[in-house]
Write a protein that binds this ligand. Sequence first.
Ligand SMILES: Nc1nc2c(ncn2[C@@H]2O[C@H](COP(=O)(O)OP(=O)(O)OP(=O)(O)O)[C@@H](O)[C@H]2O)c(=O)[nH]1
Ligand SMILES: [Mg+2]
Length: 475
Amino acid sequence: MNHESRFSAINIAVVGHTNAGKTSLIRTLLRDDQFGNIDETAGTTRYVEKSVVFAGEDAVLNLYDTPGFEDSSALLQALEEQSKTFEAQSRAAQSPAARLPVELLRAFIAQADQFPDFEQEIKVLRQSINSDVLLYIIDVREPLLGKYRDEIDILSKAGKPILPVFNFIAGNSEALMRWREQMAQFNLHAALEFDTVAFDFEAEKRLYQKLQSLLEQHYETLQILIDFRQQVWQSLQHAAAQRIFQLLIEVACYRREVSGAEAAGKGGIAHGNVLEMQDFVRNAEQRTLQDLLSIFAFTQLDVDLQQLPVTDGQWHLDIFSPRMIKEFGLDAGATALSGAAAGAGLDLMVGGISLGAATILGAALGAGLATVRKYQHELSAALRGHKWLCVDDNTISLLYLRQRKLLHTLTHRGHAAQNKLQLFNDPDHALPGGWYKVINVMRQHPEWQQPSPSDVDYQALQDRVIDWLINDESS
Ligand SMILES: Nc1nc2c(ncn2[C@@H]2O[C@H](COP(=O)(O)OP(=O)(O)OP(=O)(O)O)[C@@H](O)[C@H]2O)c(=O)[nH]1
Ligand SMILES: [Mg+2]
């Protein structure tokens, strides 16, 4: 059964100079990295191409990608010639009625075959006349040249509202200011900043709100879209935070029994065991990174533009690199003292090892018979002098900080794109209050290695960590 839309879709022509980022903007709005071709050479888009933005099943926006303007001055000149011919014709016919600019465009388009040089531009003009609004994409790094004045002059003849969209704004605030002033000179006061490469819901929402003010008759339709996208956005964020929570649980629950002799021995924990644990952590983090990139439909191109220290879904800096602890501002000594893993201080500082036996014993003795039963296996191993190799607090904290930073980068592109992403030496790498308690709770529930949504304690902990991840603005 065909779905009948509640309203008619808004036709939006995405226009502008070649290479300004028109196709990129559409990809961002569609969250579809397969749409069209994008390239740093001029004249990539050769045809008008339509794509549809839906709110649920309703088509809300028809976006028309168009070829870029190349020689707008010559085009304007040709249009002026046309206008003179018009005037001469009117005089000859003794009909003094002035022609509307849009009629001039129509007449020009009708004679397209006479202007093979403007083949691309004529496609843009045709689409502009047939649209409700024009999004005029501007690369703010470009100097303000006459060609832009000419482009706006030409486009405004279509008689449709024009919304300038400033692209490549990251790190170019002065240029942006000049462009804003310039657009005001053209009577284009409503303008928008939008970095097209990645998804930032706030910027997208501002785009729809500006359109609401330009297209009052479509106000409700746009509101439906805003609400829908907001909902989708929130569920993406939630899904991503939940994925990070799973990583933390998975790693905090990791445990491997080692004999007391091995734990106390001169050689320390067998090297092989440690390497195995480290590989486990690395793989778990890697899978999370890849899942997060795919939740937000990030490609390697986006990653590069974001300057994330990631290639092929892999972090550049290993989680066990000694630089990590230092540069994330964590204090190895402090966690050794505050954690329940007494006696594992040395281990905490190298390679992310701690011996969790003390934690387990302490928890069990404090919590009574039920807990003793639950940890029977661990306790008897502990009594035999066996211990557990766990992932230490610092490593779990680093995972949390690095994933939180990633989540915020993926969701607040505007912040991250300004300059090279500062994952290190960032004074704001604060851990949430109560963080170490949370690690301990996780460790004491090895069964949570399998997601346990029916367990109320699991649920409560998950809600808490998700809330931290999404709402903690300190990163
Ligand atoms: N850094 C950065 N690069 C961008 C941004 N938007 C687009 N690009 C890059 O700019 C180049 C041109 O982007 P396109 O989307 O192909 O531009 P276009 O306006 O469609 O170009 P034509 O189809 O040739 O008219 C590509 O290399 C994009 O990756 C942005 O916001 N920031
Ligand atoms: Mg293009």
